[in-house]
Design a protein around this ligand. Sequence first.
Ligand code: SAH
Length: 251
Amino acid sequence: MVWEDGEGNLSSYLMDNRRMRTAIVSAMHEELAAVLALMPDEQKQPLAGRDFWVGHLHGHDVVAVLSRIGKVAAATTATALIERFEVDRIVFTGVAGGLAPGVEVGHVVVADGFMQHDLDASPIFPKYQVPLYGTDRFATDAKLTQQLDAAVRVALPGSRLHRGLVASGDRFVSTTGESRALQAALPEALAVEMEGAAVAQVCHDYGVPFAAVRTISDRADDEAHGDFLRFIQEVASRHSAAIVEAFLRGG
Ligand code: SAH
C-alpha cells in the first residue's frame, strides 16, 4: 500500500519497505580488512576522503568503513553514514586502553554509554558536560547493545566481558601517570579510546541506534604503545570479524 504522510511525501512508505541497513565502523585497517573479507560483494564508494564499502554480510545490507582516528574524524564518518548512506544503525568495533582495575588486555568492553574525558568548558558549563546538551554522557541503544553483548558471548566464549561507561578523547593515553589521573577523575570509566563519544553524540542527534564493542589492547600505561602494536597485529582483527559475524547472524 502506498500512502502519504501529513507532509505529502512517501517517507513512511519507504521506511516501511526499505531493508534495514547496518553500518560497521572499525577504527583500524586490520579490523576493516577482516570485516571486508566476510563480504562477498562489497563496492567501494568514496566520499569525504573515506572509502565506504557497500554490500552484504550474512544477508544484511551493510556499509563498512574506517572511522579514522580521533573524535572529529569519527563524527564526520558517522554523519556521512547517516546522511548519505542512510544507515539505520551503527555498530563500532575497535580496541581501547583498560582503565578501571580488572579491565585487562584481551578483555572485551561493551559500552553502555560514552563521555569525553578531554571536554572542559568550565566555568561556563560543568567539566565534561557537552555544552547545551545538559549532560556529560550519551547512552548507547539498549536493544542493539544487548544484541552486541550476546554476539560477543557467542563469538568469544572464553573472553571476560565488561559492560559500562567508556571515555573518549583526542589522546592516546600511554603513561601510567595519565592513566591514574583518569581513573581518579572518572572511576566509572572502564576503558579509554578516541572515537566512541563522538559517534554516540552524532547518533543521539539523528536518533540512530548505536552500539560499540572494544577489545582491550593495552592498559593505557607506560607499556601501552608496545602492547597496542602487538595486540593489533595478533588479536584485534580476528576479534572484530568474529563479533561482527555473530552479531549479524543473530539478527
Ligand atoms: N600510537 C598508535 C596509534 C594510536 S591510536 C600507533 O602507533 O599506531 C589508538 C587507537 O586505538 C584509537 O583508535 C583508539 O580509539 C584506540 N586506543 C587503544 N588504546 C588506547 C589508549 N590507551 N588511549 C587512547 N586510545 C586507545
